[in-house]
Design a protein around this ligand. Structure first.
Ligand SMILES: [Zn+2]
Length: 246
Protein backbone atom coordinates (compact mmCIF):
# COMPACT_ATOMS: atom_id res chain seq x y z
CA UNK A 1 0.00 0.00 0.00
CA UNK A 2 1.18 3.47 -0.88
CA UNK A 3 1.21 5.00 2.57
CA UNK A 4 3.24 8.05 3.59
CA UNK A 5 3.66 9.99 6.81
CA UNK A 6 3.92 13.76 6.49
CA UNK A 7 4.56 16.36 9.19
CA UNK A 8 2.78 19.65 8.79
CA UNK A 9 0.09 22.17 9.61
CA UNK A 10 -3.50 22.37 8.40
CA UNK A 11 -3.97 25.63 6.49
CA UNK A 12 -7.59 25.28 5.49
CA UNK A 13 -10.52 22.90 5.57
CA UNK A 14 -13.48 22.82 3.18
CA UNK A 15 -16.56 20.63 3.57
CA UNK A 16 -17.15 18.17 0.72
CA UNK A 17 -20.47 16.41 0.34
CA UNK A 18 -22.22 15.36 3.50
CA UNK A 19 -19.43 13.84 5.56
CA UNK A 20 -16.04 14.58 4.03
CA UNK A 21 -13.52 17.36 4.14
CA UNK A 22 -10.85 18.64 1.80
CA UNK A 23 -7.80 19.65 3.78
CA UNK A 24 -4.82 21.76 2.70
CA UNK A 25 -1.68 20.92 4.67
CA UNK A 26 1.68 22.67 4.57
CA UNK A 27 4.19 19.86 5.03
CA UNK A 28 7.91 19.59 5.71
CA UNK A 29 8.42 16.85 3.17
CA UNK A 30 6.26 17.78 0.18
CA UNK A 31 5.39 21.44 0.43
CA UNK A 32 1.69 22.25 0.26
CA UNK A 33 -0.62 19.33 -0.36
CA UNK A 34 -4.33 18.81 -0.59
CA UNK A 35 -5.93 15.68 0.87
CA UNK A 36 -9.35 14.23 1.52
CA UNK A 37 -10.48 13.40 5.04
CA UNK A 38 -13.26 10.91 4.48
CA UNK A 39 -15.96 10.85 7.09
CA UNK A 40 -14.27 13.69 8.98
CA UNK A 41 -17.55 15.45 9.61
CA UNK A 42 -19.16 12.47 11.33
CA UNK A 43 -19.12 13.12 15.07
CA UNK A 44 -17.51 9.77 15.88
CA UNK A 45 -14.71 10.05 13.29
CA UNK A 46 -11.20 10.01 14.76
CA UNK A 47 -10.36 12.80 12.32
CA UNK A 48 -13.04 15.17 13.55
CA UNK A 49 -10.80 17.01 16.01
CA UNK A 50 -7.62 16.60 14.02
CA UNK A 51 -8.35 18.21 10.69
CA UNK A 52 -8.95 21.78 11.77
CA UNK A 53 -7.03 24.93 10.83
CA UNK A 54 -3.84 25.37 12.90
CA UNK A 55 -3.54 21.64 13.77
CA UNK A 56 0.11 20.62 13.61
CA UNK A 57 1.38 17.06 13.68
CA UNK A 58 1.92 13.86 11.72
CA UNK A 59 -0.53 12.84 9.06
CA UNK A 60 -0.63 9.29 7.76
CA UNK A 61 -1.79 9.56 4.18
CA UNK A 62 -2.74 7.12 1.48
CA UNK A 63 -1.29 8.32 -1.79
CA UNK A 64 -3.64 7.27 -4.56
CA UNK A 65 -3.02 7.79 -8.24
CA UNK A 66 -4.76 11.14 -8.38
CA UNK A 67 -5.38 12.16 -4.79
CA UNK A 68 -4.28 11.91 -1.17
CA UNK A 69 -6.50 10.57 1.59
CA UNK A 70 -5.77 11.14 5.25
CA UNK A 71 -5.99 7.89 7.19
CA UNK A 72 -4.99 9.07 10.63
CA UNK A 73 -3.41 12.02 12.36
CA UNK A 74 -1.26 12.47 15.43
CA UNK A 75 -1.64 16.12 16.40
CA UNK A 76 1.06 17.55 18.65
CA UNK A 77 -0.17 21.16 18.76
CA UNK A 78 -3.76 22.34 18.20
CA UNK A 79 -2.95 25.92 19.18
CA UNK A 80 -5.98 25.58 21.39
CA UNK A 81 -5.30 28.97 23.02
CA UNK A 82 -6.50 30.61 19.79
CA UNK A 83 -9.98 29.21 20.39
CA UNK A 84 -10.34 31.47 23.41
CA UNK A 85 -8.77 34.50 21.78
CA UNK A 86 -10.94 35.80 18.97
CA UNK A 87 -8.55 38.52 17.76
CA UNK A 88 -5.60 36.15 17.97
CA UNK A 89 -7.55 33.62 15.90
CA UNK A 90 -8.31 36.23 13.20
CA UNK A 91 -4.64 37.12 13.01
CA UNK A 92 -3.90 33.38 12.84
CA UNK A 93 -6.31 32.87 9.93
CA UNK A 94 -4.62 35.72 8.09
CA UNK A 95 -1.20 34.09 8.58
CA UNK A 96 -2.58 30.77 7.29
CA UNK A 97 -4.06 32.42 4.21
CA UNK A 98 -0.80 34.30 3.62
CA UNK A 99 1.20 31.04 3.85
CA UNK A 100 -1.28 29.30 1.56
CA UNK A 101 -0.81 32.02 -1.06
CA UNK A 102 2.99 31.81 -0.94
CA UNK A 103 3.50 28.06 -1.01
CA UNK A 104 3.35 25.35 -3.67
CA UNK A 105 3.18 21.62 -4.00
CA UNK A 106 6.46 19.68 -4.18
CA UNK A 107 8.41 22.75 -3.13
CA UNK A 108 10.69 23.12 -0.12
CA UNK A 109 8.47 25.13 2.24
CA UNK A 110 10.19 24.31 5.52
CA UNK A 111 11.13 27.92 6.26
CA UNK A 112 7.61 29.26 5.89
CA UNK A 113 6.24 26.32 7.90
CA UNK A 114 8.70 27.05 10.67
CA UNK A 115 7.80 30.74 10.53
CA UNK A 116 4.10 29.95 10.69
CA UNK A 117 4.58 27.67 13.70
CA UNK A 118 6.61 30.23 15.65
CA UNK A 119 4.20 33.01 14.69
CA UNK A 120 1.16 31.13 16.00
CA UNK A 121 3.05 30.42 19.21
CA UNK A 122 3.81 34.12 19.52
CA UNK A 123 0.07 34.92 19.30
CA UNK A 124 -0.32 33.01 22.56
CA UNK A 125 2.21 35.27 24.30
CA UNK A 126 0.28 38.11 26.00
CA UNK A 127 3.40 40.28 26.18
CA UNK A 128 3.65 40.60 22.41
CA UNK A 129 1.23 42.96 20.62
CA UNK A 130 -0.58 41.27 17.73
CA UNK A 131 0.30 44.16 15.41
CA UNK A 132 3.99 43.63 15.97
CA UNK A 133 3.60 39.88 15.34
CA UNK A 134 1.84 40.72 12.08
CA UNK A 135 4.60 43.02 10.79
CA UNK A 136 7.33 40.58 11.80
CA UNK A 137 5.53 37.73 10.04
CA UNK A 138 4.85 39.73 6.87
CA UNK A 139 8.40 41.04 6.59
CA UNK A 140 10.05 37.68 7.20
CA UNK A 141 7.62 35.85 4.89
CA UNK A 142 8.43 38.34 2.10
CA UNK A 143 12.15 37.70 2.70
CA UNK A 144 11.67 33.92 2.51
CA UNK A 145 9.96 34.52 -0.80
CA UNK A 146 12.85 36.66 -2.03
CA UNK A 147 10.80 39.86 -2.02
CA UNK A 148 11.95 41.48 1.21
CA UNK A 149 13.24 45.06 1.19
CA UNK A 150 16.99 45.75 1.13
CA UNK A 151 17.57 47.26 4.55
CA UNK A 152 21.32 46.73 5.01
CA UNK A 153 22.74 48.94 2.23
CA UNK A 154 21.76 51.28 -0.59
CA UNK A 155 19.77 49.20 -3.07
CA UNK A 156 21.31 51.08 -6.02
CA UNK A 157 25.04 51.42 -5.24
CA UNK A 158 25.55 49.17 -2.21
CA UNK A 159 26.97 51.94 -0.05
CA UNK A 160 26.44 51.68 3.70
CA UNK A 161 27.92 55.00 4.85
CA UNK A 162 25.82 57.82 3.42
CA UNK A 163 22.50 58.99 4.92
CA UNK A 164 19.64 56.79 3.70
CA UNK A 165 15.96 57.12 2.97
CA UNK A 166 13.53 54.26 2.43
CA UNK A 167 11.63 53.83 -0.82
CA UNK A 168 8.85 51.28 -1.15
CA UNK A 169 8.94 51.44 -4.96
CA UNK A 170 12.73 50.90 -5.10
CA UNK A 171 12.42 48.11 -2.55
CA UNK A 172 14.62 49.33 0.28
CA UNK A 173 17.14 51.88 1.47
CA UNK A 174 18.55 54.42 -0.97
CA UNK A 175 21.53 56.64 -0.17
CA UNK A 176 21.72 60.42 -0.60
CA UNK A 177 23.74 60.07 -3.82
CA UNK A 178 21.19 57.78 -5.47
CA UNK A 179 17.93 59.19 -4.18
CA UNK A 180 17.58 62.04 -6.68
CA UNK A 181 14.66 60.68 -8.71
CA UNK A 182 12.79 59.08 -5.81
CA UNK A 183 9.36 60.45 -5.06
CA UNK A 184 8.16 58.10 -2.31
CA UNK A 185 11.07 58.41 0.10
CA UNK A 186 10.58 58.36 3.86
CA UNK A 187 13.17 58.84 6.56
CA UNK A 188 13.15 55.93 9.00
CA UNK A 189 14.36 56.13 12.57
CA UNK A 190 17.63 54.22 13.14
CA UNK A 191 15.78 51.94 15.62
CA UNK A 192 13.28 51.02 12.92
CA UNK A 193 16.12 50.11 10.56
CA UNK A 194 17.76 47.96 13.26
CA UNK A 195 14.43 46.28 13.96
CA UNK A 196 13.92 45.48 10.28
CA UNK A 197 17.50 44.19 9.97
CA UNK A 198 16.91 41.93 12.95
CA UNK A 199 13.63 40.60 11.50
CA UNK A 200 15.29 39.88 8.15
CA UNK A 201 18.38 38.16 9.49
CA UNK A 202 17.82 36.49 12.85
CA UNK A 203 16.96 32.81 13.29
CA UNK A 204 13.23 32.18 13.03
CA UNK A 205 13.21 30.77 16.59
CA UNK A 206 14.45 34.14 17.87
CA UNK A 207 12.07 36.40 15.94
CA UNK A 208 9.47 36.89 18.63
CA UNK A 209 11.69 37.96 21.47
CA UNK A 210 11.35 41.74 21.50
CA UNK A 211 8.89 44.59 21.69
CA UNK A 212 9.30 48.06 20.17
CA UNK A 213 8.51 51.65 21.10
CA UNK A 214 5.42 53.35 19.67
CA UNK A 215 7.47 55.34 17.14
CA UNK A 216 9.08 52.18 15.72
CA UNK A 217 5.71 50.42 15.64
CA UNK A 218 4.20 53.33 13.69
CA UNK A 219 7.04 53.36 11.18
CA UNK A 220 6.91 49.57 10.78
CA UNK A 221 3.16 49.86 10.18
CA UNK A 222 3.73 52.59 7.60
CA UNK A 223 6.39 50.61 5.75
CA UNK A 224 4.68 47.21 5.86
CA UNK A 225 1.26 48.50 4.81
CA UNK A 226 2.68 50.23 1.74
CA UNK A 227 5.16 47.49 1.00
CA UNK A 228 2.54 44.72 1.04
CA UNK A 229 0.22 46.92 -1.08
CA UNK A 230 2.88 47.18 -3.77
CA UNK A 231 4.43 43.69 -3.62
CA UNK A 232 1.46 41.42 -2.87
CA UNK A 233 -1.16 41.33 -5.58
CA UNK A 234 -3.65 39.24 -3.67
CA UNK A 235 -6.13 40.83 -1.29
CA UNK A 236 -6.54 38.43 1.61
CA UNK A 237 -10.12 37.85 2.71
CA UNK A 238 -9.04 37.10 6.26
CA UNK A 239 -7.18 40.42 6.40
CA UNK A 240 -10.26 42.32 5.25
CA UNK A 241 -12.24 40.72 8.07
CA UNK A 242 -9.45 41.42 10.55
CA UNK A 243 -9.29 45.07 9.54
CA UNK A 244 -13.01 45.56 10.15
CA UNK A 245 -12.38 44.44 13.73
CA UNK A 246 -9.39 46.66 14.49
ZN1 LIG B 1 23.52 54.66 -3.32
Amino acid sequence: MNQIVLTGMVLSVTPIGEYDRRVVILTKEQGKISAFARGARKPNSPLVGAVNPFSFGEFTIYAGRTSYTIQSAKITNYFAELREDMMGAYYGFYFLEFADYYTKEANDEREILKLLYQTLRALGNPKLPNRLIRYIFELRALCINGEGPQIFQCITCGCTERPMVFSVKKGGLVCSECSGDIIDSIHLDQSTIYTMQYIESTKIEKLYTFVVKEKVMDELAWVMQRYTDVYIEKRFKSLEILETLL
